[in-house]
Design a protein around this ligand. Sequence first.
Ligand SMILES: NC(=O)c1ccc[n+]([C@@H]2O[C@H](COP(=O)([O-])OP(=O)(O)OC[C@H]3O[C@@H](n4cnc5c(N)ncnc54)[C@H](OP(=O)(O)O)[C@@H]3O)[C@@H](O)[C@H]2O)c1
Length: 221
Amino acid sequence: MFEFAHLKIGVLGTGMVGSEIASKLVQLGHDVRMGSRTADNQKAAEWVKANGAKASQGTFADAAAFGEIVFNCTAGSASIEALKLVEAHNLNGKLVIDIANPLDFSGGMPPTLTVCNTDSLGEQIQRTFPGAKVVKTLNTVNCKVMVNPSLVPGEHDIFMSGNDAAAKTQVRGILKDWFGWKSVIDLGDIRTARLVEMYVPFWAQLFMQNQNPNFNIKIVK
Ligand SMILES: NC(=O)c1ccc[n+]([C@@H]2O[C@H](COP(=O)([O-])OP(=O)(O)OC[C@H]3O[C@@H](n4cnc5c(N)ncnc54)[C@H](OP(=O)(O)O)[C@@H]3O)[C@@H](O)[C@H]2O)c1
């Protein structure tokens, strides 16, 4: 269903995640605008230069207004601050795919979480933008694995959390048809974003020990 649809997509974030996601979307034929706090962000300019006519850049607000779908790839500890630069009407009714993790590295590795246990960044974003259809996904794997799951050998799982059933159906299609995921597990409503966000310090510890980011969870029954 999604394979041949060419959409306008906003990617909020100029880091490695924003760059990986945005580049993959351009390769799939979509028109992608990368957003930043500043319209002339240098990393976004380099990304545009490398990705041709379907790539553009702007502020977070520009990218959100441009996108029929919006990816949140901002630093999780600052995502609410970043998203508040976007007027709510530019997210109303839109699928917002939240990949961010609310990590605090100030105490070293592994990081702690700026929100957890009884709340999550995914829930905070949904509460801040009640008109948006927020789906949390992909935050449990390295950014190269997000768009190329075959970097991890064998079968393994990706999770999604969100309140809107139709939005999750759309995300399942994006994960499978666009990014190549074979197993997508629907954890439930947006409150389950807590669970996948709280996994990430564990992921970070495993990464420190392995020094290899290409690993993932497989639920064995
Ligand atoms: N790295 C991975 O493989 C991986 C895997 C899973 C999830 N994640 C999550 O994905 C997100 C992006 O990670 P990343 O490493 O690509 O980038 P990052 O360095 O965590 O975030 C970069 C983006 O955050 C924005 N930002 C930073 N501080 C801000 C502030 N105070 N106010 C507003 N915006 C601010 C930056 O804006 P400017 O463009 O204006 O500088 C930039 O666009 C994070 O939440 C991370 O936890 C990462």
